[in-house]
Design a protein around this ligand. Structure first.
Ligand code: MD6
Ligand code: FE
Length: 213
């Protein structure tokens, strides 16, 4: 239960021009989405990717869909092949495709057909430093980001790295849709606080849908 004066369920909260937080949008579908995550990770397991600088990322990742986001010493890219297994990524589950499409539509981006889903797992302490999502070919398509499990603080900045950022708490079932004028805005995820969530246990799962190709 959110506090009395907070936004109501289903509200669309604008974060910036083109970016909106859809509170609870994925709440009803969460069990189905998490079941599909188990299926995806049974095929393409969690891994901690290496950054071009040679550091291991604290967030564990995998992908599903035609393309997957990968990082190694040579840089960041989308790849149709999972480098760990030398095979295509698992197919995008129908529940994923529908959630991405419907959330985009609710945010004003009709006809969104993702070809990539980056699946992130945050354990206590895991974080994502300030970055832009700019490895996709088509900046015309939005990004749909689904939060499941433990809450986290998300920083949403501006076009320039030094721009002031606002902080927003993302909880189980929240969806952020982001495109248009803020498509290339900087953003970060603060270190996950320890806790236990009935749906995921001691972690946060994030699904990030893109049209990458
Ligand atoms: C996360 N999300 O929420 C990481 N990027 O775990 C992102 O980096 C992100 O949520 C682009 C658009 C939406 C996002
Ligand atoms: Fe991002």
């Amino acid at each position: 239960m959110r506090d009395l004066f907070a936004a109501e369920e289903g509200d669309a909260l604008p974060l910036a021009p083109g970016a909106v937080l859809l509170r609870d949008f994925a709440l009803a579908a969460a069990p189905e989405l998490l079941l599909a995550v188990v299926g995806v990770t049974a095929e393409a397991p969690w891994r901690h990717l290496e950054t071009p600088g040679g550091f291991g990322m604290s967030v564990a990742m995998t992908n599903c869909g035609a393309l997957g986001w990968v990082s190694d010493r040579t840089g960041y890219r989308y790849d149709a092949t999972d480098p760990l297994r030398g095979k295509p990524w698992p197919a995008l589950p129908d529940a994923f495709r529908e959630m991405a499409h419907d959330a985009a539509a609710a945010a004003g981006y009709g006809g969104f057909v993702p070809d990539a889903c980056l699946v992130n797992r945050y354990e206590p302490g895991a974080r994502l430093s300030l970055h832009q999502d700019r490895d996709e070919h088509d900046y015309g398509a939005p990004i749909v980001s689904v939060s499941l499990g433990l809450p986290v603080t998300f920083l949403f900045g501006g076009a320039a790295r030094v721009d002031k950022s606002r902080r927003v708490s993302l909880v189980h079932g929240d969806v952020v849709v982001w495109g248009g004028p803020s498509r290339l805005h900087h953003h970060a995820v603060l270190p996950l606080a320890d806790g236990e969530h009935p749906a995921t246990g001691r972690c946060r799962i994030n699904l990030t849908f893109r049209k990458a190709g």
